[in-house]
Write a protein that binds this ligand. Structure first.
Ligand SMILES: O=C(O)C1=C[C@@H](OP(=O)(O)O)[C@@H](O)[C@H](O)C1
Ligand SMILES: C=C(OP(=O)(O)O)C(=O)O
Length: 410
């Protein structure tokens, strides 16, 4: 199936509904399970497929845990099963079988878990036998591959007999996600100590707690994308997100300010408004907010803004190789994404086409990042239901802001 998007408004106005954060939801579900709480104590749980998969696996306790394409679900459950499992297998989609998990497995093995690779060394599927006797309470792990390994280890740390100290041996990527993990642990009464490159958690008990999940700032980024490309001034209200969020992706407000969008933080919502001016060249470090990169690249490519970027390394091991996918799809609108070692340059389009068909590579963020182009051209999005991974209601909201969606069966 494909969706052809045609806008019939040139001015954005109104309110869109965001999904709840899947990152917060998946942490809350694991911590709540570790605390022995009922999942019903978590309010506003995300409808994202990644979260619903986590919820159903924690409730059904199957022999084979199939996480589909959810990275957090894979990494968090691997650590969870290393202390509460009974020899289960964990697997996922074909892509998941090519997303590395070696650093997490090595860490859990050195703590005392027995983990077997069932297909390819370093990758899922895994068979996990839980830690019977803790071998060490200090481990070293790279901080620049996936923060999800570190979050996974931290969440089980208070339930290890001797606690855990984690030394991060490299620069730290996706740091706000580690801080989000520690914040959620604190909400369930567990303290930690994070200084320099070392995080320590003493043995402690989680306290079952009622917790309400916030709206998803990563999902909010797509509305900034629409606002950036809308031809006229207007406004959009985004309820249920706030400035003092645990989510690093709130950085989209600062990035998009430079592309001409002002964010007003009001009680219970934020309001986006478009200004007239924007910069023409922008340097961005995406190390702390990798999930924003695709949105910002599309907005810049279509509005004559050159980007000089660092911190994109982890994009190659996400739902798809996002660098390769962006290079191919940005080319279709006349923009170029150039890679030079650990630096990337986006050369914006000088001549936008009248129409474009975007392939989405089983990546929800490809579909949502390119959708705002419909304010400038006719856009066809292939495999549009990929959005269900994080934002199942996304297309309903797109229709609400004045875009007609024609469904094409292929
Ligand atoms: O912990 C999390 O909730 C996430 C961490 C990030 O992954 P990496 O740490 O692998 O960069 C991010 O890209 C992902 O969407 C969600
Ligand atoms: C990378 C993502 O998710 P995950 O790693 O949890 O699959 C994402 O949502 O963009």
């Amino acid at each position: 199936m494909k969706y052809r998007l045609k806008r019939y408004n040139s001015r954005l106005k109104g309110t869109v509904t965001l999904e709840s954060s899947k990152s917060e939801s998946n942490r809350a579900l694991i911590i709540n399970a570790l605390a022995g709480g009922e999942a019903t104590r978590i309010a506003n749980l995300s409808n994202a497929r990644d979260t619903q998969t986590m919820l159903s696996l924690l409730q059904s306790r199957p022999e084979v845990y199939d996480v589909k394409d959810a990275g957090t679900t894979m990494r968090f459950l691997t650590a969870y099963l290393a202390i509460h499992g009974e020899g289960e297998t964990i697997t996922g989609s074909e892509r998941m079988k090519n997303r590395p998990i070696g650093p997490l497995v090595d860490s859990l093995r050195s703590i005392g878990a027995q983990i077997e690779y069932l297909e390819k060394d370093g990758y899922p599927p895994l068979r996990i036998s839980k830690i019977e006797h803790q071998q060490t309470n200090e481990i070293s792990i790279k901080g620049n591959i996936s923060s999800q390994y570190i979050s996974a280890l931290l969440m089980i740390a208070p339930q290890l007999e001797n606690g855990l100290t984690i030394n991060l041996t490299t620069d730290i990527y996706s740091l706000p996600y580690i801080q989000m993990t520690l914040d959620l642990m604190r909400a369930f009464d567990v303290e930690s100590d994070f200084e320099g490159n070392t995080v320590s958690v003493k043995p402690q008990a989680y306290e079952p707690t009622k917790y309400a999940i916030e709206g998803d700032w990563s999902g909010a980024s797509y509305w900034y994308g629409f606002m950036a490309l809308s031809p006229e001034k207007g406004y959009l209200n985004l309820p249920d997100i706030r400035n003092y969020s645990t989510q690093g992706d709130k950085e989209i407000a600062n990035i998009m300010y430079q592309l001409g969008i002002t964010t007003y933080f009001e009680p219970g919502k934020v309001k986006l408004m478009k200004r007239n001016e924007r910069v023409h060249c922008l340097k961005i470090d995406f190390r702390d907010c990798p999930d924003l990169a695709q949105t910002v690249m599309v907005a810049a490519a279509a509005s004559d803004v050159k980007l000089e970027m660092v911190g994109l390394e982890s994009l190659k091991i996400k739902e798809t190789d996002r660098i390769a996918a962006m290079q191919a799809e940005l080319n279709k609108i006349g923009a170029q994404l150039l890679e030079n070692k650990s630096e990337w340059t986006l050369i914006p389009s000088v001549n936008l086409p009248d129409e474009v068909e975007i392939d989405t590579y089983e990546d929800h963020r490809m579909a949502m990042a390119f959708a705002p182009l419909c304010f400038l051209m006719d856009v066809t999005i292939c495999d549009p239901m990929v959005v269900e991974k994080s934002y199942p209601g996304f297309w309903d909201e797109v229709e609400k802001i004045g875009v007609k969606i024609e469904k094409i069966n292929n």
